[in-house]
Design a protein around this ligand. Structure first.
Ligand SMILES: Cc1cc2nc3c(=O)[nH]c(=O)nc-3n(C[C@H](O)[C@H](O)[C@H](O)COP(=O)(O)OP(=O)(O)OC[C@H]3O[C@@H](n4cnc5c(N)ncnc54)[C@H](O)[C@@H]3O)c2cc1C
Ligand code: FES
Length: 290
C-alpha cells in the first residue's frame, strides 16, 4: 500500500480531527437522498476515502509501531525580532498539521504543539494573555510554561518541545510521532488503604474536571460521580458541531480512562437529597449512598 497517497488524501480532503468515517458516510447519503440523481456506484468514492483515512489515522498517526519516529532539529528563525508576548507558527513539513507554536513570554522562548487537543484549532491564531494561550475556536486555555490545560472544553494539555542552542543558533527538537498528540495530565492512582471518599453530584465536564483535578493533586482515595445522564461525561460543545450519532465520538473520557484512574461513574443516578451530618446521599430510585 502506498502510504504517500494516503498522506496526500488526508492532507487534501480530510484535514479535520472531528471527521469520522460514519459522519462522512452519513453526510454523503444525506446529500444523495436530497439530489436522488447519483448512481449507487458513487457510494464507493466516499467509502474508499473513509477507509483510507481510517487506516491513515489509526495506523500511521496514532500507532507508533507503524509510524517512523524521527526527531527533527528545526531552526528557530528571527528570535531577535520577536516581541515579548508574541506567538508564531513554525512549519517543519508540507502537511498543514506539521507545525508548532513558538512563543516569547517573560523574555523566554517556549515551543509547544500548535493544535488544540479539543478539535484541532490552530493555536497561533488564538490569543496570548500573560502566560495563557486562548484557543480561537471554543476558548480552551493552556499554560505557556507547562503546556497544561486550564479551561474546558479541552482536558488535555499541549506537548512541549525542547529548545537547544548550537553556536549562535537556536533549534526546536520535534519528535514527529508525538508533536501532534495531546498531553494527558499526570494523575495519582487509587490506594485501597486510603478510606477518604469524595462524592461529586452531576456528570458534566465540571464534575469530571473536579475528579481529575483531585487525582492530579495526588488524591488516592475513592471518587464517585453521580449523574442523572445515561452516559459518562460527553463534550456538550460538540452537540452543535459534530454530526455523528454515536455517543462514543463525543465522550470527553471513555470508560477505560475512568477505570484506569479509579473514577467511579454512576450513570442514571439522580440525587434527590443530601443529609450532611449523616453523610448520606439519596437517589431517585430509592437507593442511598453513605
Ligand atoms: C449545544 C451546546 C454547545 C456548546 N458550545 C460551547 C462552546 O463552543 N464553548 C463553550 O465553552 N461552551 C459551550 N457549551 C457550554 C458547555 O457545554 C457548558 O458550559 C458545560 O457543559 C457546563 O458544564 P457543567 O459540568 O457545569 O454542567 P452540565 O454540562 O450542565 O452538566 C451537569 C450534569 O449534572 C447532571 N445533574 C443535574 N442535576 C443532577 C442531580 N440532581 N443528580 C445527578 N446528576 C445531576 C446533569 O444530568 C448533567 O450531566 C455548549 C453547550 C451546548 C449544550
Ligand atoms: S478547538 Fe480549541 S477549544 Fe475547541
Amino acid at each position: 500500500m502506498n502510504f504517500n497517497i494516503l498522506k496526500k488524501i488526508k492532507t487534501k480532503f480530510l484535514n479535520y480531527r472531528n471527521i469520522t468515517i460514519k459522519s462522512i458516510i452519513l453526510k454523503y447519503i444525506t446529500v444523495r437522498k436530497l439530489r436522488n440523481r447519483i448512481s449507487s456506484k458513487m457510494y464507493a468514492i466516499p467509502l474508499t476515502i473513509s477507509c483510507y483515512y481510517y487506516l491513515y489515522k489509526n495506523y500511521l498517526i496514532e500507532n507508533k509501531t507503524f509510524a517512523q519516529s524521527e526527531v527533527l532539529k528545526v531552526p528557530l528563525p528571527d528570535l531577535d525580532s520577536m516581541q515579548n508576548g508574541e506567538m508564531k507558527e513554525i512549519k517543519y513539513g508540507n502537511n498543514p498539521r506539521e507545525s508548532f507554536l513558538l512563543v516569547k513570554y517573560n523574555k523566554k522562548f517556549h515551543t509547544l504543539g500548535n493544535f488544540c487537543p479539543h478539535m484541532g484549532a490552530p493555536l497561533h491564531q488564538g490569543v496570548l494573555f500573560d502566560n495563557i494561550i486562548k484557543c480561537p475556536w471554543h476558548g480552551a486555555s493552556f499554560d505557556v510554561v507547562t503546556g497544561s490545560c486550564d479551561t474546558y472544553p479541552s482536558l488535555n494539555g499541549l506537548i512541549k518541545h525542547d529548545i537547544i542552542k548550537e553556536g549562535e543558533k537556536f533549534y526546536a527538537l520535534i519528535d514527529t510521532t508525538s508533536s501532534r498528540k495531546a498531553k494527558v495530565p499526570e494523575m495519582a492512582k487509587r490506594d485501597p488503604e486510603n478510606n477518604t471518599k469524595y462524592v461529586i453530584i452531576g456528570g458534566g465536564p465540571a464534575s469530571l474536571s473536579c475528579a481529575e483535578t483531585l487525582r492530579q493533586a495526588g488524591f488516592t482515595g475513592e471518587i464517585i460521580i453521580f449523574s442523572e445522564d445515561s452516559y459518562v461525561t460527553y463534550d456538550r460543545t460538540q452537540l452543535s458541531k459534530n454530526l455523528s450519532t454515536d455517543i462514543h465520538d463525543i465522550l470527553l473520557r471513555d470508560e477505560i480512562f475512568l477505570k484506569t484512574f479509579d473514577i467511579i461513574f454512576r450513570s442514571d443516578s439522580k440525587v434527590i437529597g443530601i443529609e450532611n451530618f449523616k453523610k448520606i446521599i439519596k437517589l431517585s430510585n430509592g437507593a442511598t449512598e453513605v
